[in-house]
Design a protein around this ligand. Sequence first.
Ligand SMILES: Cc1cc2nc3c(=O)[nH]c(=O)nc-3n(C[C@H](O)[C@H](O)[C@H](O)COP(=O)(O)OP(=O)(O)OC[C@H]3O[C@@H](n4cnc5c(N)ncnc54)[C@H](O)[C@@H]3O)c2cc1C
Length: 477
Amino acid sequence: MNKKKVILWFRNDLRLHDNEALDEALSSSDEIYPVYIFDDRVFKGTSSYGLRKTGKFRARFIIDSIKELRDSLRLLGSDLIIRSGHPEEVIFELAKELKTNWVFCNRERTHEEVLVQDKLERNLWSIGQEVRFSRGKMLYYTADLPFPVTHAPDTFTQFRKEVEKIVPIRDPIDTPATLPAMSINTTSDPLPKMKEWGFSEEEISDTNDLIFRGGEQNGLDRLNQFIWKSDHLLHYKESCNDLLGVNYSSKFSVYLAHGCLSPKMVYRELKNFEKSRLKNDSTYHLYFELLWRDFFRLMGKKYGNDIFKKSGIKGATKKDLVDDHALFRIWTEGRTGMPFIDAAMKELNSTGFMSNRARQNAASFLINDLNVNWQMGAEYFETLLIDYDVCSNWGNWNYLAGLVNDSREGKCYNVINQAKKYDPKGLFVKKWIPTLANIPADKVHQPYLLSEIEQTDFGCTLQKEYPDLCIKKEFYQ
Ligand SMILES: Cc1cc2nc3c(=O)[nH]c(=O)nc-3n(C[C@H](O)[C@H](O)[C@H](O)COP(=O)(O)OP(=O)(O)OC[C@H]3O[C@@H](n4cnc5c(N)ncnc54)[C@H](O)[C@@H]3O)c2cc1C
């Protein structure tokens, strides 16, 4: 009998632990050909506002992750075929060349990814092959939920209440001990260099500990470090709105977004920790936050392309937001004259990361204070964030723009109140905007109110060392 040969297409699931597509490929075949395609639309393309789809931080993180994935596959007796191009064509050609039976992959649910997988499927049908889709993005399996996706609750609280007590979370699948070797030799491209996409390695300074390196092992190490090797988890509920350093929050998002870490693995370790060490509000809170991720994924499934539209999930917007490119640029460059926002944007531009508290404020400021179209902000985050995740990013922006079917009309933050509450000593703004260093804490969040004498005394002359507030001041007196 002919051996069953399959292609295993890695996408946003760059790991060997708890990888359902890998597990199903193993149990259905004799030979597996693991493949990763660097899709030039993703790595070289631009979005509707002309921004790079993938910025330098995420590009490097993915290259790291692919390198590590290839090394891990080799250790288990297999390898990774790396190619560049359009997956629907490249994998189709590979399937013809290798005369495989199926292509296994984890299913994506958002527009561009679905177009690619559908096209691949149709191509494969023409040669009598097909795609076999698996799952693995979420903590919960949609099949286990007590409601169909189309009836998923539109509010997070309702969603949480319906799942947390009654739906069990499945165990993660183990990493296989070995993998079958590939008997047919086929070409594999070298790992791309950053400069092929117009970036240089040197642009990224590794001196900042918020610049994360990709790979499954780094994801598992971070999991181990945050949950087991430190006390950070035990204080997470109190610290998760902090702004400085690495350990106030888990930083799992960067690994979860690319599948270097599985959410079920995080959950298992969390539960083991609760059983063997301690269960408190903070351990629960990490699970609570992970539920947000599932919630937005579910909203992405339920509302499809609506999450990208200006009118969002709700299909209607009350705010008359405009495509003001000048204000948008001021916001992206951290020159609004509002230190809390400028520091957040400078952090994002320098590291590819921004805390949840800062993301909420930066988004709210763009929408509610600058009156700029939220889609521009979402696209900017898409470019820059290492942890960019289609549903989490666009879902959160929908939320902040008041476009979800929630009783709340979007969150409008008073940025000054937020800054004083979460950065009372001004350490966050001073870190990212050194020209504010000499301003006392009680004045540092409002340099636009400084008298001329104070400006001279603190070495922060408005319009010279730091911009004046780019919007009317009355509201923020
Ligand atoms: C405008 C905006 C855009 C965002 N874009 C993204 C994005 O592209 N990718 C992304 O992963 N998160 C996004 N978030 C959610 C959140 O800011 C990040 O998940 C979080 O800051 C990541 O840091 P952490 O892993 O240390 O989080 P922790 O506080 O340690 O939380 C643990 C995990 O819970 C999940 N989580 C927590 N809060 C949220 C949330 N509001 N929405 C979805 N998941 C959440 C994440 O997977 C996170 O890793 C966005 C939030 C806002 C307000």
